[in-house]
Design a protein around this ligand. Structure first.
Ligand code: DOR
Length: 454
């Protein structure tokens, strides 16, 4: 057999565990795994001493196109993805126009085709205007399903009351991805903050001080807990599975654990909620640490780490939410919430594994097999014969994040100068070399993700 590509002698992270072996690729797919010493191939890559992983599936990114391309666009967002070992992204609907109807979804899919180095799918946002159409919207090709903002963030997408949320959950079958913060509570606390009457969040270990570290006081832990409680009750009532995005509080862990005795709930964690905490991260990063839901105190961060260790989370999403340095340079609270992260997801999580929070195998599982299963992704997420050749070759060493490595249009990262683990050398998307360290990017490699679901 003639292969298009053979990667030789890498430590290959197979679904059964790591093994030093060879991987052969033809017509965009993995066609053989085993000894290929004598195989003929158009391209042979020596993987000795390197690790070959299934490409990361990042289930939450904001690439800002259309409408906010000064922050990011589909091309630059995907360049950042493949440079960090991510081969598939699910992009969020809070663009302008909002992705809330078939036309807006079709527009994004058109824009993505031939302009994204990574594979792509686009969430459809639930909004008061499309509540009756959600069951059909979630069946459209190119979407992983419906996303709900119970608490508003960048843009105007919002479903804040229980009656509307009940309608969302009653209309359709796929898991619904939810940003869970309580909008009425956030609104009241924002107003109180403006008036100087805000009661600080008692779960934080530092006071209000007029800077970005006030953000978790304003969007407090109780807002997330309350919203998640409302959501889980409605999930139980309607029988619809929910997927809770970017968990940020200790309180929600216990709450979800108790509901999990009766209903299926999946939960996402971001690398940043495991990494950053306390007044100290705001002292260091200022408004660059501001996101929704916020990074909170160590108490919450440590509970998230403990839950992570115990296998509580189903997937890892970066919530890549770029804003320009100029926008972030305003004074809090006039600053937008969100930080980039698609390029650093894998190396941050591998650093956690290196430090012993988890294992390398578990990071690989959570970033490939697990999202593929959760969303019913067709032929991706497993490094096995028959799957698309979405692969990343990494050098298993520490490296320091420097500005010239970053590919996001926004040009910054909260991890600048941090030491992360696993230097991405080459990323293949559907067998095409989409990224090579220090080399060119192929922005045409990405394909629309297909789903198998009933
Ligand atoms: O901080 C955030 N920024 N959280 C979100 O949920 C949205 C995001 C954005 O789009 O900027």
């Amino acid at each position: 057999m003639k292969f298009d590509l053979v990667v030789k002698k890498a430590k290959v992270f197979l679904p059964t565990g790591p093994e030093i072996t060879d991987v052969g690729v033809a017509d965009g797919r993995i066609v053989e795994i085993g000894d290929l010493a004598t195989a003929s191939a158009a391209e042979v890559v020596d993987g000795e001493g390197k690790w070959l992983l299934p490409g990361v599936i990042d289930t939450q990114v904001h690439f800002r196109e259309p409408g906010l391309e000064h922050k990011e666009d589909l091309r630059t967002g995907a360049m950042a993805a493949v440079a960090g070992g991510t081969t598939t992204v699910f992009e969020m609907p809070n663009t302008n126009p909002l992705t809330i109807n078939p036309e807006a979804l079709a527009d994004k899919l058109n824009r993505a085709s031939g302009r994204m180095a990574s594979n792509f799918a686009f969430f459809v946002g639930a909004s008061p205007e499309n509540l009756d159409d959600l069951a059909s919207l979630e069946t459209l090709p190119g979407t992983p399903g419906i996303k709900v903002f119970m608490g508003s963030s960048t843009g105007s997408l919002l479903v804040e009351d229980d009656a509307s949320l009940r309608k969302v959950l009653a209309n359709g079958h796929r898991p619904v991805a939810v940003h869970s913060e309580d909008e009425p509570r956030n609104r009241a606390r924002r107003a109180a903050y403006g008036e100087g009457t805000l009661e600080p969040d008692p779960t934080l270990d530092y006071p209000l001080n007029g800077t970005a570290s006030d953000h978790p006081h304003v969007r407090d832990a109780e807002s997330a807990r309350l919203s998640t409680e409302r959501l889980l009750k409605l999930s139980e009532e309607t029988g619809r599975t929910v997927h809770i995005l970017h968990l940020s509080t200790a309180d929600e862990i216990d709450l979800i654990a108790s509901f999990r005795k009766r209903i299926r709930v999946s939960v996402e964690i971001t690398p940043q909620h495991l990494f950053f905490a306390g007044a100290e991260c705001y002292d260091r990063l200022g408004t660059h640490a501001q996101m929704n839901p916020p990074m909170r105190s160590r108490h919450h961060r440590d509970a998230l780490r403990e839950a992570f260790r115990a296998g509580f989370f189903n997937v890892i999403g970066s919530d890549h939410a770029p804003h320009t340095l100029e926008e972030k340079a305003a004074a809090y609270p006039a600053t937008p919430s969100g930080m980039p992260g698609v390029q650093t997801l894998l190396p941050v999580m591998l650093r956690f594994a290196k430090e012993g929070l988890t294992t390398f195998e578990e990071v690989v599982r959570l970033t490939s097999v697990a999202p593929a299963e959760l969303y019913g992704i067709k032929d991706r997420g497993n490094l096995q014969v028959g799957s698309f050749a979405d692969l990343v070759l990494i050098d298993p060493r520490e490296f320091t994040v420097e500005a010239d490595w970053l590919r996001s249009k926004c040009g910054w990262s909260p991890y600048l100068s941090e030491s992360l683990f696993g230097w991405p050398l080459m990323t293949w998307v559907g067998g095409k070399l989409a990224y090579s360290a220090g080399g060119e990017l192929d922005i045409t490699a990405g394909r629309q993700v297909e789903f198998n679901w009933k």
